[in-house]
Design a protein around this ligand. Structure first.
Ligand SMILES: C[N+](C)(C)CCCC[C@H](N)C(=O)O
Length: 246
């Protein structure tokens, strides 16, 4: 944090922010929409009915994994652009210094498209899918399990329960997702300033050889600290909006 602040001032912390904001609504509606509809297909109960007849954890896991798998393809190009912009660490526009490689998210998307082709925008998508498919299953299982445990039979969970369960769901899923998150980001940077990897497995093996097993836990603390408030609010909005509209 100190280094980022010194080199890039407060603005450095907001690098690559516009794309995640634009994409989060789309990505979350795909995720929660597919999760909810898969549960509907598996259990034939609507969101409201599920309080009285809770689905099995296997069904919740399958629905979460399905949502995670499909949202990854919507997330991939936005996530790639975020990672490329965040890794651009030159100080902002000093007179005389060369312009940064990417001038902003749109320029970044256009340059990747031109230099690496349309498939370039999906660089790292496979690692992202591997990261998100099982860990989104874990995400929803943790949430439903914590809500179920702290809510009397047949009732809706309170807002406080939803916030805490959502927060912990974020933390458990990020803890389990971090190793593949590291790999995913490395694959997304490949082709730019890092050597290209032959695939996910090659990236895992060479990262572990060169930097030791600790490499798979990079960013774990900051990811978890971020995950609690973000996912507490995400689940509260989800429950609140469904309650409002049903
Ligand atoms: C599955 N994985 C751990 C990657 C993400 C789970 C939480 C997703 C949420 N939009 C967030 O940004 O925290």
């Amino acid at each position: 944090m100190v280094k980022t602040y010194r080199h890039e001032s407060l603005l450095g912390f907001f690098k690559g922010m516009s794309f995640p904001i634009a994409s989060i609504a789309v990505v979350n509606s795909v995720l929660f929409g597919i999760y909810s509809n898969t549960l509907l297909a598996l259990t034939a109960t609507s969101h409201q009915e599920r309080r009285a007849q809770p689905p099995s954890y296997t069904h919740i896991f399958i629905a979460g994994c399905t949502g995670g798998f499909l949202q990854a393809y919507f997330l991939a190009p936005f996530d790639l652009i975020k990672v490329r912009l965040q890794n651009q660490t030159e100080p902002r526009a000093k007179p005389g210094s060369p312009p940064p490689r990417y001038r902003g998210p749109v320029h970044c998307a256009a340059s990747i498209f031109q230099e690496e082709g349309p498939r370039g925008l999906f660089r790292g998508a496979w690692a992202l899918t591997l990261r998100d498919t099982p860990t989104m299953g874990i995400y929803f299982i943790t949430y439903e399990c914590l809500c179920h445990q702290s809510t009397p039979e047949g009732q809706n969970p309170s807002s406080a329960t939803v916030l805490v369960a959502g927060g912990f769901a974020g933390i458990t899923s990020w803890v389990t997702a971090t190793p593949l998150d590291v790999i995913k980001s490395r694959m997304q940077m490949a082709g730019l300033n890092q050597r290209a990897h032959r695939g996910v497995l090659d990236c895992i093996v060479s990262s572990a050889r060169q930097e030791g097993l600790g490499v798979f836990f990079r960013g774990l603390t900051i990811n978890s600290a971020r995950a609690f408030p973000v996912n507490a609010v995400t689940f509260l909005s989800y429950e609140y909006l469904l309650h409002l509209w049903q």
